[in-house]
Design a protein around this ligand. Sequence first.
Ligand code: PLP
Length: 399
Amino acid sequence: GGLWWVSDLRIYLDYNATAPLRDEAREAMIAAMDMVGNPSSVHAEGRKARGIIERAREQVAALVGGAQDQIVFGASATELLNQVVRSDWEHIFVGATEHAAVLEPLVSFGLAYTLLDVGADGVVDDASLNAKLDQLISEKGVDPAKVLVVVQAANNETGVLQPIDAIGRLVRDKGARILCDAVQVAGRLPIDVAAWGVDYLVVSSHKMGGPKGAAALWCGCRRNLRALIKGGGQEQGYRGGTENVTALAGFAAAAEVSKAALETAPSMRLRMDDFEAAVQRRSGSTVIIAQTARRLVNTTLLAHPALAAERLLMTLDLRGFAVSSGAACSSGKVARSHVLEAMGVDAALSGGAIRISIGPNTTADELAKFTDAWVSAVERAAPASNEIRDGAQPSRQVA
Ligand code: PLP
């Protein structure tokens, strides 16, 4: 293509990587920025800063359905997920499609763990989890209270939802503990730590319109929890270091607005369903990964065997689209997605996978523009394989 491909108009479809800052978060941060006090100081200035943090604790607790004194703040979901998996465990069971923030510390710090298989739909096999827990606890005599299971609420690449309440019940029945990475569901689905039956749950500020660099761990049981950072006793000793008051002020505002906006979140799925139907009507050879699985309201992973995602990303970027191939955190590295590999997706297909993740303000018109760009990319890459006509049968494939 010529220069007409280059566009100044930006269309941001990468909310799973990070969401734009909400106005309410910006205002709260600007107000907090000029506060001089250290939250640990006893004077009026310190107490004012402390007040901001305790308000943030209240808002984040309300978002997850927990109590205020069960919240530990940190600088990222990655930090807090590392903290839980590096706590006092004898063995950890972990879903094969978990985020690197869970998988990498297991490998790098030499922890004892077992991967849990997922089906072609990306869902953890609970019968296999059941058998593995029984084997470890009954046959090998491991103390169940020292066994951790880590399962995400939703996958960042595919949007696939895990049946977290059912898995929570199963794990609890065995007396083991469960950590839920809820980073991608916050503000998109109601979170209820009690109904889900989880012991630990992590959310991240920047995925729901708060600033980057703030996250929260909800902790129902502290017995096994260890600190990664020791210092002045902040966060009840579970996370040393002077708190980032400004970021927490923004996080609180984002959590409050995200919770209030939950009822409008399902409307994103309607826009995504229309978008998926339009893509498949115009390109019968495009596959939507895990299309029949329960998925996040805002996420679609498109794939085509004739496309090379890394190169297509650059073309789409020039045309004004911010989208992602696989995990944004690993951009630059052309490794195969471990998520799609675990689901048994063909390597050719996973190499041509592009994630579209929208926000509450994404319009049907923006998605229509992306549809045009996708269809023309497919036409250029595979003129023969692509039946571009109305009424073409969409190819439905679970994985
Ligand atoms: N877990 C999931 C599912 C994610 O998508 C991400 C973000 O990429 C993380 C954890 C890490 O979050 P943070 O950027 O706050 O470290």
